[in-house]
Design a protein around this ligand. Sequence first.
Ligand SMILES: NC(=O)c1ccc[n+]([C@@H]2O[C@H](COP(=O)([O-])OP(=O)(O)OC[C@H]3O[C@@H](n4cnc5c(N)ncnc54)[C@H](O)[C@@H]3O)[C@@H](O)[C@H]2O)c1
Ligand SMILES: O=c1ccn([C@@H]2O[C@H](COP(=O)(O)OP(=O)(O)O[C@H]3OC[C@](O)(CO)[C@H]3O)[C@@H](O)[C@H]2O)c(=O)[nH]1
Length: 390
Amino acid sequence: MASVARVDLDGNPIKPITICMIGAGGFIGSHLCEKLMSETPHKVLALDVYNDKIKHLLEPENAHPWSDRIQFHRLNIKQDSRLEGLIKMADLTINLAAICTPADYNTRPLDTIYSNFIDALPVVKYCSENNKRLIHFSTCEVYGKTIGSYLPKDSPLRQDPAYYVLKEDESPCIFGSIEKQRWSYACAKQLIERLIYAEGAENGLEFTIVRPFNWIGPRMDFIPGIDGPSEGVPRVLACFSNNLLRREPLKLVDGGQSQRTFVYIRDAIEAVLLMIENPARANGHIFNVGNPNNEVTVRQLGEMMTEVYVKVSGEPKLETPTIDVSSQEFYGVGYDDSDKRIPDMTIINKQLGWNPKTSLWDLLESTLTYQHRTYAEAVKKAISQASATS
Ligand SMILES: NC(=O)c1ccc[n+]([C@@H]2O[C@H](COP(=O)([O-])OP(=O)(O)OC[C@H]3O[C@@H](n4cnc5c(N)ncnc54)[C@H](O)[C@@H]3O)[C@@H](O)[C@H]2O)c1
Ligand SMILES: O=c1ccn([C@@H]2O[C@H](COP(=O)(O)OP(=O)(O)O[C@H]3OC[C@](O)(CO)[C@H]3O)[C@@H](O)[C@H]2O)c(=O)[nH]1
């Protein structure tokens, strides 16, 4: 049977391209590689220091139909002379590489700033000099805190969307003071966004900037002591998964009052594919990619995850499912937080017609099913080994 020709949003046939994907071995990269291999004819030059999360796509013994379309290059973009050559070989570069776990921002601020600004500079330069299109991953954290958070607690204006909805072309970027080193990441991301924007304005760089709003799903970060360092602190989905797997209370930082909107990784990857395949609609734009309908406080997230985990694991709920912990105790000095993150969806809707589909309950059910299936046995073994040696 003849395969149906793939067309873009304007009805034009989509030509196969080569993509240089930096940070392809991470959470988002692994899902993007999977999507590109299974649903498109594009080629991927996958660059990263690790490849554990994309091993299943690379192993020749699986005899994938796409084995000649993905090539892994183990390299660190901080120091590797192959980088420019790989960018030149591709039609499009996607840069995902970054230190992007909040536990690092105030404890390793230099590494954070280097990773998110200095290390991204050559990528921007090589794309600009060689007239290559760039999709750069920034973050919703560039908005920092909402305007509403500076209003008195009882101000009715706090309920007005004008004071909290985050708009790419209007909202200010509000960070805390310099000793709140939490903002080292957001500030570095903001500066690289400004540099990319300026390269577009002055030198004609074709760029798209993505601001992800808490994308979550399988393969996000690591479970401490199982597939990552025992003392490591991943992002909240993996922290809470780790607590649930170990049957210990979920730690709510400063009472879990901060609010987040969570989007399912599979929905978000659809948005990235639309950007890749519709350059005329995506170039020159900054896109919020999130799910404004999935807003919860971190406390509510913890309660939902607890309930869903009982269902998927069959294990009973703990008597004390959550405990409060101060941010200083959990993250150290210099931590601060974004109070609320609701993405405005006007631009991505208008340009790409994209909308997220998956509810928070549904995405937690499929993600926690994956976490339980992947880690429950290994966690049990690690716990029994630790108790045997203590
Ligand atoms: N996941 C989210 O919700 C989210 C939210 C906001 C922003 N982002 C941004 O999206 C991007 C990807 O995030 P992620 O969640 O997949 O993170 P991740 O940590 O899972 O992936 C990043 C990948 O980059 C690689 N990398 C880092 N430094 C590198 C270097 N010097 N050379 C080569 N490879 C390097 C890492 O090994 C890792 O595999 C990041 O830029 C992040 O700031 C993600
Ligand atoms: O055990 C925990 C871990 C975290 N929290 C709190 O949850 C909130 C969310 O934390 P996290 O997912 O780690 O990260 P942030 O949303 O704060 O920041 C990320 O957003 C996007 C990105 O750029 C990349 O993913 C990154 O900076 C937060 O309030 C924690 O304090 C908790 O209570 N318990």
